[in-house]
Ligand binder design. Structure first.
Ligand code: SIN
Ligand code: MN
Length: 288
C-alpha cells in the first residue's frame, strides 16, 4: 500500500488520514470477537472507567492475544506510517479503547506527543497513532474529534490532569482550543470527526490536537490504537510501566496482508502473564 501524493499532502496539511473500510468486516469481526474475554480479565492492564466496571483501555494485548499480535504486524497498519516517517518502527503503545455504550467517558483535548515527551522523554514527534474501528463510529458514540492542521503548532505545553477520568492525561486549556479551532476555520471545518464502518482506519500525527466526548448512546465504540515510533526516536525514560510504554525497540516485521484471515504463527511473550519487570519504572534518563 503506497500513499498517493494527494494523501501525503493531506497528511502534511491536515495532520491525519482517514481510510474508510480499509479492513473487511470479516477481519474486523475476527478482532472484535477477541475483546470481551480480554476485557473480563482482572488485570492491571485493564483500566476501567471511573466508578464503573466498563473497560476504558486495555493495554498491550498484542503481547498476549493472537488476533492483536497479528494486527500489530499488519502491513495495512504499519506500512503507511513507515512511509510517512521514512524509517522502521517499533510499538510504543498498543491499546484497545472501549468507549462502551452509556459508560464510555470523555478524553479531554490533548496531543499524544505531549505525554510521550513529558512522561517518556521521546526525543521528537516522529511517532504517530494508527487506529482501527472495531465498531461503526457515528456522531452518537463519541467519535474522535480533530483540529485539522493543529499538528503544525508542534509540541504545546500542557497540564497534567490526574482527576477528571481514570487515566492521567496532559491536557490543553479551553482558551487555546478556542484559538486553534478558530484558526482552523471555526464553525466551518475547525473540528472534524472521521466516522465510518468497522474496519475503517485513522492515522494521525503525534502533535494533532484531539479529544472525544462521552458515549451516551447504546452503541459501543471499540477502537484499537497502535502508537508507532521511529526506532531511532525511542523513548529515553521508563517512567511509565512497560505495559503502557514499551521498551522493546526492535523494528516491527510485517506479516502477509491476509494474516487476519489465515493461520500464521505469532509470538506471544506475555501469554502466561505479564513479567514483573513490566511493572517496574525508573525516573532515570537512559544513557545511549
Ligand atoms: C486517545 O486520545 O488516546 C483516545 C481517544 C479515544 O479513544 O476517543
Ligand atoms: Mn490521544
Amino acid at each position: 500500500m503506497e500513499l498517493t501524493l494527494e494523501q501525503r499532502n493531506h497528511f502534511d496539511k491536515e495532520g491525519y488520514l482517514f481510510f474508510p473500510n480499509l479492513f473487511s468486516q470479516e477481519e474486523s469481526q475476527y478482532l472484535k470477537a477477541a475483546v470481551p474475554e480480554l476485557y473480563k480479565r482482572r488485570e492491571e492492564y485493564n483500566f476501567r472507567e471511573k466508578g464503573s466496571e466498563a473497560v476504558r483501555t486495555n493495554f498491550a494485548a498484542h503481547l498476549y492475544s493472537k488476533p492483536f499480535a497479528k494486527l500489530a504486524r499488519h502491513p495495512r497498519m504499519i506500512k503507511p506510517v513507515e512511509e510517512l516517517l521514512g524509517e522502521r518502527l517499533y510499538m510504543h503503545q498498543f491499546k484497545i479503547n472501549g468507549k462502551m455504550a452509556f459508560e464510555g467517558d470523555v478524553w479531554q483535548w490533548h496531543q499524544d506527543y505531549g505525554t510521550w515527551l513529558n512522561d517518556d522523554l521521546m526525543p521528537s514527534d516522529r511517532a504517530m497513532n494508527v487506529a482501527i474501528f472495531l465498531d461503526e463510529v457515528t456522531e452518537f458514540n463519541g467519535p474522535l474529534l480533530f483540529i485539522p492542521g493543529s499538528h503544525k503548532k508542534g509540541f504545546i505545553k500542557a497540564k497534567h490532569d490526574l482527576t477528571t477520568t481514570s487515566y492521567p492525561l496532559w491536557t490543553l486549556d479551553n482558551e487555546l482550543i478556542t484559538k486553534l479551532v478558530d484558526r482552523a476555520g471555526g464553525k466551518e471545518g475547525g473540528i472534524v470527526s472521521p466516522k465510518g464502518a468497522a474496519g475503517s482506519v485513522i492515522l494521525f500525527h503525534g502533535c494533532l490536537v484531539h479529544a472525544s466526548s462521552n458515549n451516551l448512546s447504546p452503541f459501543n465504540r471499540i477502537s484499537v490504537y497502535l502508537s508507532l515510533c521511529a526506532v531511532t526516536n525511542h523513548i529515553r525514560r521508563f517512567k511509565r510501566k512497560e505495559y503502557i510504554a514499551h521498551r522493546d525497540f526492535t523494528p516491527i516485521e510485517c506479516l502477509p496482508d491476509d494474516c487476519l484471515v489465515r493461520e500464521y504463527d505469532v509470538n506471544l511473550p506475555w501469554e502466561n502473564g505479564v513479567p514483573a519487570s513490566a511493572f517496574q519504572t525508573s525516573l532515570q534518563e537512559l544513557s545511549e
